[in-house]
Design a protein around this ligand. Sequence first.
Ligand code: UD1
Length: 366
Amino acid sequence: MEKERRAHARPGAGSSWAPSTVLVTGGAGFIGSHACVELLDHGYEVIVVDDYANSTPHVFARVERIAGRFVGAVYELDLRDRRALSAVFDRHSVDAVMHFAALKSVSGSVARPVEYYDTNVGGTTALLRTMHEHGVHRLVFSSSCSIYGDAGPGLLDEATPPRPTNPYAASKWLCEQILADVCRHRPEYTVLCLRYFNPAGAHPSGLLGEDPQDVPDNLMPYVAQVAVGRRERLRIFGADYPTPDGTAIRDYIHVMDTVEAHRVALDHLADEPGMHVYNIGLGQGSSVLDVVAVFSETCGRAVPYQMVPRRPGDVASLVADPSAVTRAWGWRPTRDLSDMCRDAWRFQQLNPHGYAGSARRPGPKG
Ligand code: UD1
């Protein structure tokens, strides 16, 4: 493994409060693992907690290979185990938390709603109680555009009234309301709540990507597995939406842009206390057929598909008005759908069976 340590000056490091140690919940997952690379690349000390519900510890050897630095510590635990979580805060001087850990399958949430509320809301309240006990008051929260529900066509800004259509989305909205209430009553808290649209793609190295433990629920990993021959054909859920080609429209955003937004958020955790909510999206809608077309072009073969009925809990269109975060932080995403397809395809080609069989990290583990 490359051991060279990169020295990066962090913007904001000269201000009165600047985080140096960041606790990443769900750091082994798709977005969390890319966030670990981004944080390590920018000189942060990274502590991870993850229960590997939909991820694997194999990912850390890759994170460290890309970053050329070690993750500070990795603990296998469920956030609802407050005793174990508290021990992590006892052991490390955590400055800020990035909270990614959650269940995220829309169909899973429709089938098992109580599990989704328990894990996503219970995990968040357990984290908040533990943070409170340890005097940690700064949090970047992973929320989701799904809270907007069936808001219709057009760009959705942060003032769009939330109307979740499935328990996954409802669980995220409940977490947001809890966080807003905490901030309302406790002025020492700052919460930056990032509502991301549809993160996709992979790290450009091809070492990190989306590796669901089961049959992929999300579009991009499913398309990639079809393209590589692991699955026969994509099933397109619904060709009768009120959209130009009849398939549902989403605002796909590169996972590297998504985690860049989280890293930039750290520089704004000391700006103003309270809860601040930002959409993280490109502001461009792509239909399922658009994604299939761009992916087919990227991989040089037509991705086979069949139309099937709509998926319960899905909506026709979700596209961000992403201008608020640009106004607040001067940040905007820079990668487009073809970058996402190119990077997702590279990851899939280099890892046709995901992380299975790669070396497990020998580092510290709780
Ligand atoms: C959902 C959430 C989103 C969240 C994401 C996390 C909603 C409306 N959106 O995204 O906020 O970040 O989960 O996982 O709740 N599709 C197919 N065939 C497939 C897979 C997907 O046609 O095999 C279609 C879906 O019907 C949808 C689009 O592709 O129209 C994207 O689906 P997916 O990647 O699962 O994301 P969302 O459901 O939009």
